[in-house]
Design a binder for this molecule. Structure first.
Ligand code: 5GP
Ligand code: ZN
Length: 114
């Protein structure tokens, strides 16, 4: 999508601190980190949100979750864990309308969210 920030990052039009990339996904550090480890993992396919996923997207999202786990471990969260967050639409706090998983770790996170 031409006006989507994350599609522009995928296209290389906006720079990012890349962690991982393959043919169908990209991981990069969040520009405003909320924890010592805070990165985003996105599909290259423009899916607006988890609320807009189609059944055909299920295997792709499964692979995203698997890669999120692998990268969280690589970034040092294997022992103490991390939080895997998908905000969806306005009440969910989604500000970028391209499906993304936040991976936050490196400190104890509070619950519930405010
Ligand atoms: P959301 O609120 O939609 O769940 O999360 C969007 C996230 O994208 C926010 O944590 C925000 O800091 C991050 N973000 C927004 N624009 C950019 C950008 O241009 N580059 C990077 N690396 N992160 C961004
Ligand atoms: Zn997009």
């Amino acid at each position: 999508m031409s006006d989507c920030i994350f599609c522009k990052i995928i296209a290389g039009e906006i720079p990012c601190k890349k962690i991982y990339e393959d043919g169908e996904m990209l991981a990069f550090h969040d520009i405003r980190p909320q924890a010592p480890v805070h990165f985003l993992l996105i599909p290259k396919k423009h899916i607006k949100s988890v609320m807009d996923m189609e059944p055909e997207d299920t295997p792709l999202v499964g692979r995203l979750v698997n890669k999120a786990q692998e990268l969280a471990k690589e970034l040092g969260c294997g022992e103490k864990g991390a939080r895997f967050v998908i905000n969806a639409k306005s009440d969910g706090g989604q500000t970028v309308d391209h499906l993304h998983i936040h991976i936050l770790g490196g400190r104890m996170l509070s619950w519930p969210p405010g």
